[in-house]
Ligand binder design. Structure first.
Ligand code: HEM
Length: 438
C-alpha cells in the first residue's frame, strides 16, 4: 500500500530548519493525512478532527507517546507526562485529587493575591518583558498551589534549570527523529542510567529537591507534595515535582503572553472585555463563580488558544499496524497531531489567521478541530487549573493595568517545547482606575 502524500527529497530539510511552518505548509498542501521520510523513519501528520479523535480517544489503547516524551523523559524521568499504560493510569489516579474541581477552586484566592503582589512594583510606562513576567507569576502560582508557599524558592531554582533545557531543546527537537532510536535503546538497557541530553541539569534538579523532599517527609503537611511523598520513593517524587513545575508554568505563561499581545493589537476587543468586567464584577475582583458569567472574555481566551496553542504539537506511535484514512500506518511509526495546524484549518475556522473572538459565538465544529489541551486518558490534567488561572490573572490585571506593545511590529512564533514569541515582547503598562462603588 502507498504511503500518504507529502514532501520529498530536499524539501524535507524544511523540517530541520523551521519545523512548525514546514508542517503547517505540508498539511495545507497535501491534506488531512500526509507523510514524509526523515532518514530511517516516516513521519505521519494528521489534520482531520475525526481521525485525531480516533487516535486520542476511540483507539487510544493502540498508541503510546512519541518523540517529545523521549526527550522529556531524559529530564523529568518517569513522570505523568512521559508515562504510558498501565503505569500512566496508576500515577494519574494518585495525582488526580489535586486537580479535582473543588480543589482547584480552593487555589483561586491565592491566584488573585499572587497576581496583585506580582504587579505591585509595576510602574507606568516602564517596560515589561511580558514572557518573563508571566513566567514568574505562573511559577509562583503553581508552586504555591501544589506544593505550598514555602516551595516557591525551590520552584524558581527548578525553573531556571528548565529554562536552560528549553533553550537547548530548540536544537535537539529538529534532529530528535534521528537520535531517538539510540535514546530509546539506551533507556531500555539502562533504565536508571544518567540522562542522555541533560545530564548536568537533571543532577542539579536532584540536588535542589533532595533536601526539600527530606524536610517534607519529616513535617507531614497535607498538601499535594505530602500526597506524593506518601506513595512514592524519592526518585518518583522528584520526577513528578519536576513534571508539574515544567508542565504547570511555562504553558500557562505562554497562553497569557499571547493574550496580552493580541489584546495590545486589538484595543476594541480589550474595550469589550472591560465593559463585561465592569458589568459583571463592578468594583471587586473575580472569583471562580464569576468566570461562567464572563462569556466574551472566555471567547477571547479560546481564540488566543486557537491561534497560539502553547503546546503546538505532540505525537503518538501505534503499537500495532493500523489503518487510518485509507492508509496503513506501520507499528512504531511517528504520528504527529498539531493543535496549531488543525486550529488554523480554514475548513473549521474561516479566515483562520485572523483574531476574531466572536467566531466562537454559537460555533459548531467537530470536537477535535480545537484541542489545545489534548484529549483522552492523557488529556492535560491541569486544564481546569490553567483555565481558571489564566482567566483570573487576566481579569485581575486588566482591572488595574492596560498593556501596550512597545512597538507595532508583528511577532512571529518559535516552537521549542512550547510556542513562544520569536523575540522578546516588551510591553508598556498604563494604570487604569479600579472602578469603585459610588
Ligand atoms: C494553557 C495551559 C496548558 C496547556 C495548553 C496544556 C497542554 C497540554 C497538552 C496538549 C497535554 C497533552 C499531551 C499529550 O497528550 O501527549 C498536556 C498534558 C499534561 N499537562 Fe498540560 N497544559 C497546560 C497547563 C497545565 C498545567 C497548569 C498543569 C499542571 C499544573 C499541566 C500539567 C500537565 C500534565 C501533568 C500532563 C500529562 C497528563 C497525562 O498524561 O496524564 N498542564 N497539557
Amino acid at each position: 500500500m502507498q504511503a500518504p502524500p507529502g514532501p520529498r527529497g530536499s524539501e524535507v530539510r524544511g523540517f530541520i530548519r523551521q519545523t512548525l511552518p514546514f508542517l503547517h505548509q505540508t498539511a495545507r498542501r497535501f491534506g488531512p493525512i500526509s507523510s514524509f521520510r526523515l532518514l530511517n523513519q516516516r513521519l505521519y501528520l494528521i489534520d482531520q478532527p475525526d481521525w485525531i479523535q480516533d487516535i486520542l480517544i476511540t483507539r487510544q489503547h493502540l498508541f503510546v507517546r512519541d518523540t517529545g516524551a523521549t526527550l522529556l523523559r531524559e529530564l523529568v524521568g518517569d513522570g505523568l507526562l512521559t508515562r504510558d499504560e498501565p503505569a500512566h493510569k496508576e500515577r494519574r489516579r494518585v495525582l488526580q485529587p489535586a486537580f479535582h474541581r473543588a480543589q482547584v477552586a480552593s487555589y483561586a484566592d491565592m491566584m488573585v493575591a499572587e497576581t496583585l503582589r506580582h504587579a505591585a512594583p509595576w510602574q507606568p510606562d516602564v517596560r515589561l518583558d511580558i514572557v518573563a513576567e508571566m513566567k514568574r507569576l505562573t511559577l509562583t502560582i503553581v508552586g504555591a498551589s501544589l506544593f505550598g508557599a514555602d516551595f516557591s524558592d525551590s520552584a524558581a531554582r527548578i525553573a531556571a534549570v528548565l529554562q536552560r533545557v528549553i533553550d537547548r531543546s530548540r536544537c535537539i527537537v529538529p534532529v530528535l527523529a534521528l537520535l531517538e532510536p539510540l535514546a530509546l535503546r539506551y533507556r531500555r538497557h539502562f533504565p536508571a542510567g544518567p540522562s542522555l541530553f541533560f545530564r548536568s541539569e537533571r543532577a542539579e534538579l536532584e540536588t535542589i529537591l533532595a533536601p526539600v523532599i527530606r524536610q517534607r517527609r519529616e513535617s507531614r503537611q497535607k498538601d499535594m507534595f505530602s500526597l506524593l511523598l506518601a506513595d512514592m520513593n524519592d526518585q518518583d517524587a522528584t520526577d513528578e515535582i519536576v513534571t508539574m513545575v515544567l508542565a504547570g508554568h511555562e504553558t500557562t505563561a505562554i497562553a497569557l503572553t499571547w493574550l496580552w499581545y493580541l489584546l495590545g493589537k486589538h484595543p476594541a476587543v480589550e474595550a469589550h472585555i472591560r465593559e463585561e468586567l465592569l458589568h459583571v464584577l463592578g468594583d471587586r475582583d473575580a472569583t471562580p463563580d464569576d468566570l461562567p458569567r464572563l462569556p466574551y472574555t472566555a471567547m477571547v481566551f479560546h481564540e488566543a488558544l486557537r491561534l497560539y496553542p502553547p503546546a503546538p504539537a505532540f505525537g503518538r506511535r501505534p503499537v500495532e499496524d493500523i489503518e487510518l484514512g485509507g492508509y496503513r500506518i506501520p507499528r512504531g511509526a511517528s504520528i504527529l497531531l498539531s493543535p496549531y495546524i488543525t486550529q488554523r484549518n480554514p475548513l473549521w475556522f474561516p479566515d483562520p489567521d485572523r483574531f476574531l473572538p466572536e467566531r466562537w459565538r454559537g460555533i459548531s465544529i467537530p470536537k477535535f478541530a480545537f484541542f489545545p489541551f489534548g484529549g483522552g486518558a492523557k488529556v492535560c490534567i491541569g486544564e481546569g487549573f490553567a483555565r481558571m488561572e489564566a482567566m483570573l490573572v487576566l481579569v485581575t490585571l486588566l482591572r488595574r493595568w492596560r498593556l501596550r506593545p512597545e512597538t507595532d511590529l508583528d511577532v512571529g512564533t518559535q516552537a521549542a517545547l512550547t510556542l513562544r514569541p520569536d523575540r522578546p515582547l516588551w510591553m508598556l503598562p498604563t494604570p487604569v482606575t479600579v472602578h469603585t462603588a459610588p
